[in-house]
Design a protein around this ligand. Structure first.
Ligand SMILES: [Zn+2]
Length: 369
């Protein structure tokens, strides 16, 4: 048991260590290749590699999984080998993988040895079974992180190498790796699994959405005018354009999921800068909490109110992703709200005494008239 096919099919990363069990670890070498921990009719464990046996019974599917009598013993059956070819794996055990295998590259069932240091994501089945090996290239060119502000603003110590993993891998039911970390923005990427869980929770609540921007390498971030300490460089920030709901509703969903948001006209920036950082990516927390006076402030944002011929505007700085939304409120001398308006400029009523403006949901300024 455990003999590996020679040569092994060329398998692209990522690894999928689905349902890695202690039994699997101690008892079965080939189970190290398990994509679905299924058993064949003799009770031997088999694995589900991505691909389909349709048209390939008795041989190898183009994706590198097998459909022959040996695949069960070798642990490299395609997920639908049993159904298509009636020769091998227990179909029922692999059912959920078949579901995802039909909808594209889910990263299922790759056959590399699981490693406790791999970075695992929710995956299409919400079982944290999609795992990537981490690369430790030191400080790659273009990854000059700013000096750490606190534990949540440290430079990564490990990265996902986008040259060796498949961007089409589903790291959550509704998101591929490439939607969140694109090779075009840098070879190495930082994507925090807990943030992916959060964005999936937002997707579950808000329906269709487009991620305009996820991870950015420092050089890429600088190239697009990103803030010096943009959370996009730390792998827990997303610029989200809602497709099924309003920006307003999406903001609530971000907040309800523990996110910090910035409201732009075109999208919502939502990040989890306050959460504990993934130790595989950033190492153990190294700095004393609160050691920096700027801990968790949003000091990079500022705004003022200017008045010209009775019209108010609120020039702002630090909003690096577009124009922030301005929400105006006018109060009379008694402090009663007499007008509210969302827009670039505001002409307050004649009896207004004080005007406040909320800029991007992160800055509030007011002025007396
Ligand atoms: Zn953003």
């Amino acid at each position: 048991m455990g003999a590996q096919r020679t040569p092994l099919p060329d398998r692209r990363l990522p690894l999928v260590n689905a349902r890695l069990s202690s039994t699997l670890l101690v008892s079965s070498l080939f189970a190290l290749f398990a994509g679905c921990d299924a058993e064949d009719t003799q009770g031997r464990q088999v694995s589900a590699f991505e691909g389909s046996c349709a048209g390939f019974c008795g041989g190898e599917a183009p994706t590198g999984c097998f459909c022959d009598a040996e695949c069960a013993a070798n642990g490299d059956c395609c997920p639908d080998a049993a159904r298509e070819c009636t020769v091998v794996a227990n179909e029922e055990d692999c059912e959920d993988h078949e579901d995802t295998g039909d909808s594209g590259d889910s990263g299922e069932g790759d056959g590399d040895e699981p490693n406790p240091n791999d970075l695992c994501f929710l995956g299409p089945d919400r079982d944290n079974s999609v795992c990537f090996p981490l690369a430790t290239p030191g400080s790659p060119s273009g990854y000059n992180y700013p000096s750490p502000l606190n534990n949540n603003y440290r430079a990564p110590v490990a990265y996902i190498d986008l040259d060796v993993v498949d961007e089409n891998t589903k790291i959550a039911p509704n998101f591929t790796l490439g939607e969140i970390a694109s090779r075009a923005k840098g070879r190495y990427a930082v994507v925090q699994p807990h943030a992916v869980e959060r964005i999936q929770a937002m997707r579950d609540a808000a329906g269709g959405m487009r991620i305009n921007s996820g991870y950015r390498s420092p050089t890429y971030n600088a190239g697009v005018g990103g803030a010096t300490r943009s959370r996009h460089m730390y792998g827990d920030a997303f610029d989200i354009k809602p497709l099924a709901t309003s920006i307003n509703s999406l903001e609530s969903v971000c907040s309800n999921n523990g996110g910090k948001l910035v409201e732009y006209n075109s999208h919502v920036h939502c990040d989890w800068r306050f959460d504990s950082q993934d130790q595989k990516l950033f190492g153990a927390a190294a700095l004393a909490p609160g050691s920096h006076p700027d801990d968790f402030t949003l000091a990079e944002f500022s705004a003022t109110i200017e008045r010209s011929q009775g019209v108010l505007t609120a020039p702002a700085e630090g909003f690096d992703e577009g124009e922030p939304v301005r929400r105006w409120t006018a109060f009379d001398a008694d402090g009663t709200v007499i007008a509210e308006f969302k827009g670039e400029s505001f002409t307050p009523p004649a009896d207004a005494s004080v005007v406040e403006v909320d800029v991007g949901r992160v800055v509030e300024v007011s002025t007396e008239l």
